[in-house]
Design a protein around this ligand. Sequence first.
Ligand code: SF4
Length: 54
Amino acid sequence: MTYFNDRPIPMIDPQRCDGCGLCVRACPTKALGLRDNKAVILLDPKGLASRGGR
Ligand code: SF4
């Protein structure tokens, strides 16, 4: 887990993610999404677009 301004930033392990979408539905800031049936971070707290684990 990485922290930015004392707030945790989740790290998604694409090898373990089964694409269930629970984290996407639970995220209060809509920062997560599914891409190719894997969870990805769409925006980080700095407002930078993620590269989706690539
Ligand atoms: S979609 Fe989210 S909650 Fe579901 S397995 Fe992947 S990382 Fe975990």
